[in-house]
Design a protein around this ligand. Structure first.
Ligand code: 2P0
Length: 345
């Protein structure tokens, strides 16, 4: 359960843990400042998390300072990104300029796993900032998560969805922030995600560039039309528990995302030969066994294998027997649907 613990009220330390999320209907293409061209839906994960600790002190020199440590080491590159983010949100919340910040962040998943951490790191950072705003009565408690989601979105679009338990949508109720999806059928309530690491190398094209290449994309109209149609169908499926249609929608979205990349100008390919090999194996395993499992991909080569908890034993056997040779050092992450952020202050 998410609770807003006020126990840090007299303290200058705020700590939040937030998990990454995997999109089922993908956000790919932006308009204006960090707004999505189409609505998206994701599952909040449980095990792949970032914890951010923010130590604040009153700033006496009117020159706000940010020290940023990632896994106990000072990181100037991240500090610069955070500095930019602060500049964007201080226009709306000038109070933030009145403090100095020592921010320390760490991930549960290995930094070099090839998993994007922008969603969990931006969500946990902005939860700390929202706590500071709440403590100073700048925002109200009933707007806490929506504000944290909106601030996270300004840092990284997909992060807006990491603020909620279970399933989240961004772009239906509002393009400014994400919200929780209620009424999830029990067939999806214990969904698991085996994150199969095909490559941990840094991506050749960043998501920021990928989004921008949608602006003049030859298939952009049909892409946004398809995404909206799939999103409406997926909302129905999440209510009625139909795994078969879920599989069709989720796999079509993953492949269309990567098709957009391949048809961008310039074109780029983020899948690797082993990503395709695993996709083939998943489809033939499903045809042979009749089990409900499917793949999706983020903007990278790694495969997220989604399945209900009741078939976990068969899925682990399938990974060990068939998929293992196509993984980098046999590495995969055993994750599942999560309960949303936790205040550790
Ligand atoms: C998503 N992705 O919906 C899609 C699917 C990757 C593939 O959102 O520029 O890191 O920080 O807003 O959120 C990755 O892009 O991009 C992404 P920014 P972000 O999860």
């Amino acid at each position: 359960m998410m609770t807003i613990d006020q126990s840090y009220n007299n303290s200058n330390i705020i700590i939040w843990k937030a998990a990454s999320n995997i999109a089922l209907v993908k956000y790919w293409g932006k308009k204006s400042f960090q707004l999505p061209m189409n609505p998206s839906i994701s599952i909040t994960l449980d095990q792949s998390t970032t914890t951010t600790k923010m130590e604040i002190s009153k700033n006496k020199h009117l020159e706000r300072e940010i020290d940023f440590y990632f896994e106990n080491t000072k990181n100037e590159l991240f500090a610069k990104k955070i500095e930019n983010h602060f500049k964007n949100i201080e226009q709306e919340f000038p109070l933030l300029k009145e403090y100095n910040y020592k921010i320390s962040s760490s991930n549960t998943f290995p930094h070099s796993s090839g998993l994007a951490s922008s969603a969990s790191s931006m969500a946990s950072l902005n939860l700390c900032l929202a706590s500071l705003l709440l403590k100073n009565n700048i925002i109200e408690e009933n707007n806490f998560y929506l504000t944290a989601s909106r601030l996270s979105r300004m840092g990284s679009g997909s992060a807006s969805r990491s603020l909620f338990p279970s399933f989240a949508e961004w772009g239906i109720e509002s393009e400014d922030y994400a919200t929780n999806i209620a009424n999830i059928h029990k067939n999806f309530s214990d969904i698991c995600d085996a994150i199969l690491i095909v490559s941990s190398e840094e991506k050749t094209v960043s998501s920021r560039i990928g989004h921008s290449l949608m602006e003049d994309h030859p298939f952009k109209d049909s892409r946004y039309k398809n995404a909206k149609k799939r999103l409406l169908n997926l909302l129905k499926v999440l209510e009625n528990g139909d795994w078969s249609t879920f599989i069709d929608i989720v796999e079509a979205e993953a492949l269309e995302l990567h098709a957009m990349m391949m048809c961008s100008s310039p074109s780029f390919i983020l899948m690797k030969p082993n990503s395709l090999k695993i996709i083939e194996l998943v489809r033939s395993f499903r045809a042979d066994t009749g089990l409900n499992l499917c793949f999706t991909l983020d903007a990278g080569p790694n495969i997220h294998l989604l399945y209900p908890l009741e078939i976990k034993e068969q899925v682990i056997k399938f990974i060990n027997d068939s998929i293992d040779p196509f993984l980098e050092d046999g590495f995969w992450i055993d994750d599942n649907i999560g309960q949303g952020p936790v205040n550790l202050s």
